[in-house]
Each structure stands twice: as structure tokens, then as C-alpha cells.
Design a protein around this ligand. Structure first.
Ligand code: ZN
Length: 594
């Protein structure tokens, strides 16, 4: 097993895997990015390809490609292993334990269901209406094939009978959420009957559930029924279409977030493939986190009715707190102010150019809010005015700087005929209340605290020297290893100096042999390898020379100070004892020190 872990590790490049989630920037010999595991303004998440490790200097997390995937995807080691084995093209030898067997079997069953529904859609005479419905939507066969848009037969137990014939058990069927026990009599009943079937997949493309759209207009049930919550499907944890759209989202740099499957398909069919749908639920925090793996820019395109704008407002509030850049795609209105299209689906089908223009002119979050509340109705009512101002303050509070905040406060003051001073007073009061728990202040202060600890400067100096051993020249005469307070640092410095003197190093990339690596704790090694690029990735070597000098001076002065304090203490003790020869000795030491 360990061999296979090693094999997988050696076949993958950690940078490629990390890049699937966050964009990496070159930083010296390593890569850097904003940490996906904590909020931060300046990137301190580092990836080393030479060591195949990652480390965050902000939150302190780190590890290898397995731990990264486990954390990022929320997987157990076994699942991460399976996932990465597939990526690396490694066939795992060992049999999976019982639980895995069951999970694997149910996922297989769900996949089989989607194929079954799709075949029924293609071939069954009973699916005539479903096929013509899909055609009327303008969806072509490539689309229904790619997503396996299917059809569930109206017969009560067609699917269950099929699944039982394939040796799946009733329990498998219940676990998958596609059937249940008949209330009366014996046997099983299909959950979905006479519906257009839309397979719902995880981010990795496994089918975990279904959305079933009603085809019979006389049916009293809702327009959609979705799979019930199962061990595999939790609607608040799924973003529809993300498995197909993730690459395009990353390439375009933003995601278009729609409400329903039909909006999704209409856009996808029209070539707008950086789209995802939050079908069947209000936007959740988990969904935001899933999407944030691919982009930090969300464009909302929800329904144009009042429920849709309420959902947009809620969504905006939520994503702002997560540090997402949000915009709203505002579809054109008629002259009386009512929406021209009820949703993105209708807009792109009837008039694609209206759609594309709306995307191009998507409103910033604050513009959207201001426009929404600055209606004559609000203007005329002082209570509503106050409410409106409060709402907008929530948004202004998240603007990145005072200049932008100032701009919008002026706009508000002008439009609502209020004094700027009063607005600022109100805002500052509110700002203090809402910002605190949200802004990533906490991490910043943790970071700066860490930066000020004693060993930090030592680490910095050693990390630079590790990469550029020739810079030892600027400290070797003034800084001795005993001046390092941390034991490991003391050891590393001694090692670095001796390698430097012997001339056995290669400048520019992890300069030294692995000799010392085995003696050091892993965390120390990671720190020394990555810290320099994290702090000084873009710094010229000439500048680094100066920094080495400064760090060296600091460490030397600190050592002197410590020595002085120690001598002072010894001197005082000797005097108290009346030991005059010791006093003389310490005095002499003092003199040499100065
Ligand atoms: Zn972090």
C-alpha cells in the first residue's frame, strides 16, 4: 500500500493538483496563492514542487498532495487515495472494505439509473412528449447526451424492477433514494414517474441524485421533485453543473449563477458554459465554498420576479461576507419598468444579444442595491428611506476602501437629499457593528504576531541562506551559531556555514544536499524551504544581500543584549556575595563586549 501511495505521489505534480482549485503564482522556485483554508489579504500559501509539499504561513497548515486533497474536498484518506490514484492512472491493488463496497455499489446504481432514464428518453414511445418538450426548449441531442437528460416511465415500478433484475437489493434502492416500499401491498414503487429526469452530479461527476421535472401540466405536484436527502445527496452541498462548468469558470474568471436547471441548460446550449445552478435551495454557504474553488467572482442571474430579487439580495449578503466579488446581471425592462424576460432561459432563447449585453453591463453589488432602493416610492417615505439606507450600509461596509465608501455615501446623500455628515455618522456606527466578525482581521494579527517572534528573524535569515548560500559571505564573520536562540536554527546555521566554506552548494534552488534534511523536524524544513519565496519571492538578489545584512545585525545585537543582561545579573550576584575576583572577571567581560 505504501508503495502505491509513493507511486501516486511520484506520478502527480502537487502544483497541478493545487491549480485545479486555486490559481498559483510563481514565487521564486516555488508557487504562492491566497490560502484556500483561511481568509487572507496577501497570499501566504506556498507550494514547493521540488519537495512536493504545501504550507501556509498564515494559518500554519501544510502537508503533501494527499492532505491537500483531503482538506480541500473533505475526504477521508481512503477516498483521497482513490481520487488521486485515478488522476495518476494507478490501479489500486487492495480490496476495499465492506463500507466502501456498499457506497461504491449505490453510486454505481445511481449511475445506472441515469443511463436507464436516458435510454427511456431516447427510445420509449411513452417519452414522445418528453422529447418534444426538450426540443421545444431548443436543447439539441448533444446536450441531452452530455447531461443524460432522461425520462422516467409512468409505470409504477419500471425502474425498481429493472434494478432488482440487475441484482441490486431493495436497500440499495432506498439508499439511492430512487424508490420506496409500496404503502399497500408488496413490492417497490419508483420515486419518479412520467418526469423529465435530470441527473445531479457531484463536482467530480458522480451521479448522486435526480431532479424530476413535471411533464403533465395537470399534475398537482410541484414543478420539480428532487431526490430526497441521502448519504450521497444533500442539496445544500451540491451546485448543479459545476462538474461540467468548472474549467470554463476558471478560464473565464467568473461564474454565472442561475436558479434552475432550465436556465443552466439554456445558457450552456447557447455556449455560455461558465454557469452553475443552485437548484432546489436558497444559496448556501457550502455552495459558495464549492464555487470559490474555481473563482472568486460571482455573477447573479436569478429570476426577475420579486422572489428572484429577494433571493439575489440574500445571496449577495452571503457572498459578500465570504469575500466574494459579486455582480448582478440585470435583464432589460419594459418601458413601464416590468421585466421583459422572466429568467435567463427566456432571455437567451428569445434574444441572445440582450443577454450578452446584460452580462457585459452587469451591475456591481452596490449599484444594484442603490438602484433598487432609489425609487420615487422610497424617496417619498422617510421610514422606507431609513430602511433603504441601512440596507445599503451593509454593502458599503464591505467595499475595499474608504474612497469607494465615500463615493457611494455621496451618491446616497445626493439621491436621498440627506446630509453627508449624518450619513457618515450613521455608517460609522453601523460599520463597527457589522464588520468585526467578518473581516479577516484575526488572521492578519495572528500573522503579524508570528512575524515578531524571536525565531522568526532567524528563520527568515536561514531561509534566504538556504536558497542563496553565497550570501553567507555577509554574515559569516559577524554572526555565530550560538547567537541563534532556537536549537534547530543553531544546527542549521552551523551546517550552512560549513557547506558554504566547502563550496558544496548550488545557488538558487534548495541549495543544499539532503544531508541535514533528515536531522531536522519536517516543519522546520518546510519553513526554511518556503519562507524565503513567501516573503521575498519577487525581491532582487541585491536587495536580499541588504536584508541578510540587516537580519544578521539584528540577531547579533540581540545576542549582545542578552549577553549583557546575563553579565549584569552575574555581576550583581557576585557583588552581593562579596566575591571580588568574580566581579573583576565579569567587568572584564563587559569591557570586551562593548
Ligand atoms: Zn492558511
Amino acid at each position: 500500500m505504501t508503495d502505491q501511495v509513493e507511486e501516486i505521489r511520484s506520478k502527480l505534480d502537487i502544483a497541478d493538483i493545487v491549480r485545479e482549485y486555486i490559481p498559483l503564482q510563481q514565487a521564486g522556485a516555488n508557487f504562492r496563492a491566497p490560502c484556500p483554508f483561511h481568509k487572507e489579504k496577501s497570499p501566504s500559501f506556498m507550494v514547493s514542487t521540488s519537495k512536493q509539499i504545501w504550507h501556509c504561513f498564515g494559518c500554519g497548515l501544510g502537508g503533501d498532495v494527499f492532505s491537500f486533497v483531503m482538506k480541500q474536498e473533505g475526504l477521508e484518506f481512503g477516498d483521497a487515495l482513490r481520487y488521486l490514484a485515478e488522476k495518476a492512472g494507478v490501479v489500486l491493488e487492495r480490496q476495499r472494505p465492506e463500507m466502501r463496497e456498499e457506497k461504491g455499489r449505490v453510486l454505481e446504481l445511481l449511475d445506472l439509473c441515469s443511463r436507464y432514464y436516458y435510454q427511456a428518453f431516447l427510445k420509449s414511445p411513452k417519452a414522445d412528449f418528453a422529447r418534444s418538450y426538450v426540443e421545444s426548449r431548443g436543447f439539441d441531442s448533444a446536450l441531452s447526451d452530455e447531461f443524460r437528460i432522461g425520462y422516467s416511465l409512468p409505470d409504477g415500478d419500471a425502474l425498481c424492477t429493472f434494478l432488482l433484475s440487475k441484482k441490486y437489493t431493495a436497500n440499495d434502492i432506498f439508499a439511492a433514494g430512487v424508490g420506496f416500499k409500496k404503502e399497500q401491498g408488496y413490492g417497490l414503487l419508483d420515486r419518479f414517474r412520467n418526469r423529465l429526469m435530470i441527473p445531479i452530479r457531484t463536482i467530480h461527476g458522480s451521479v448522486v441524485g435526480f431532479g424530476g421535472r413535471v411533464l403533465d401540466v395537470n399534475e398537482k405536484l410541484g414543478k420539480y421533485i428532487n431526490s430526497p436527502q441521502t448519504a450521497f445527496y444533500d442539496k445544500s452541498n451540491i451546485v448543479f453543473g459545476l462538474d461540467k462548468a468548472r474549467n470554463e469558470i476558471r478560464a473565464k474568471g467568473f461564474v454565472i449563477l442561475v436558479e434552475g436547471y432550465m436556465d443552466f441548460f439554456a445558457l450552456y446550449q447557447a455556449g455560455v458554459k461558465n454557469v452553475a445552478a443552485i437548484s432546489g435551495t436558497a444559496l448556501t454557504l457550502n455552495q459558495i465554498k464549492l464555487i470559490k474553488r474555481f473563482t472568486n467572482h460571482f455573477y447573479f442571474s436569478f429570476d426577475t420576479d420579486s422572489a428572484g430579487s429577494a433571493a439575489t439580495l440574500r445571496g449577495l449578503g452571503l457572498v459578500l461576507k465570504e469575500g466574494v466579488q459579486a455582480k448582478v446581471i440585470c435583464l432589460p425592462k419594459k418601458s413601464d419598468g416590468t421585466p421583459m424576460y422572466k429568467d435567463p432561459d427566456e432571455c437567451i432563447r428569445k434574444n441572445p444579444s440582450d443577454w450578452f449585453s446584460a452580462v457585459q453591463h452587469a451591475r456591481s453589488c452596490i449599484e444594484f442595491h442603490v438602484e433598487r432602493v432609489l425609487t420615487p416610492e422610497v424617496q417619498a417615505d422617510s421610514y422606507k428611506k431609513k430602511q433603504a439606507v441601512r440596507e445599503i450600509f451593509d454593502v458599503i461596509a464591505f467595499l475595499p476602501d474608504r474612497i469607494e465608501q465615500d463615493h457611494w455615501i455621496r451618491v446616497l446623500a445626493k439621491e436621498l437629499s440627506l446630509s453627508e455628515r449624518i450619513l457618515w455618522e450613521e455608517f460609522n456606527q453601523k460599520d463597527r457593528v457589522i464588520k468585526k466578525p467578518v473581516r479577516p482581521v484575526q488572521n492578519v494579527s495572528v500573522q503579524s504576531q508570528q512575524r515578531n517572534t524571536k525565531s522568526d528573524r532567524e528563520d527568515l535569515l536561514l531561509s534566504i541562506l538556504w536558497k542563496y548560500p553565497e550570501l553567507c559571505k555577509y554574515v559569516q564573520d559577524t554572526v555565530t551559531s550560538s547567537m541563534f536562540l532556537e536549537k534547530d536554527n543553531n544546527k542549521v546555521y552551523t551546517f550552512l556555514l560549513s557547506m558554504y566554506t566547502k563550496g558544496s552548494f548550488e545557488s538558487g534552488k534548495d541549495g543544499f544536499s539532503s544531508q541535514i534534511e533528515e536531522e531536522l523536524p519536517k516543519e522546520k524544513l518546510v519553513l526554511l524551504l518556503l519562507l524565503v519565496d513567501n516573503e521575498y519571492g519577487e525581491t532582487e538578489k541585491d536587495e536580499l544581500k541588504k536584508i541578510v545584512g540587516q537580519l544578521g545585525t539584528h540577531i547579533r545585537l540581540r545576542a549582545l543584549q542578552t549577553r549583557r543582561e546575563e553579565l549584569k545579573r552575574l555581576l550583581d550576584e557576585a557583588e552581593a556575595r562579596g566575591d571580588s575576583s568574580a566581579v573583576e572577571g565579569y567587568m572584564e567581560s563587559f569591557r570586551i563586549l562593548e
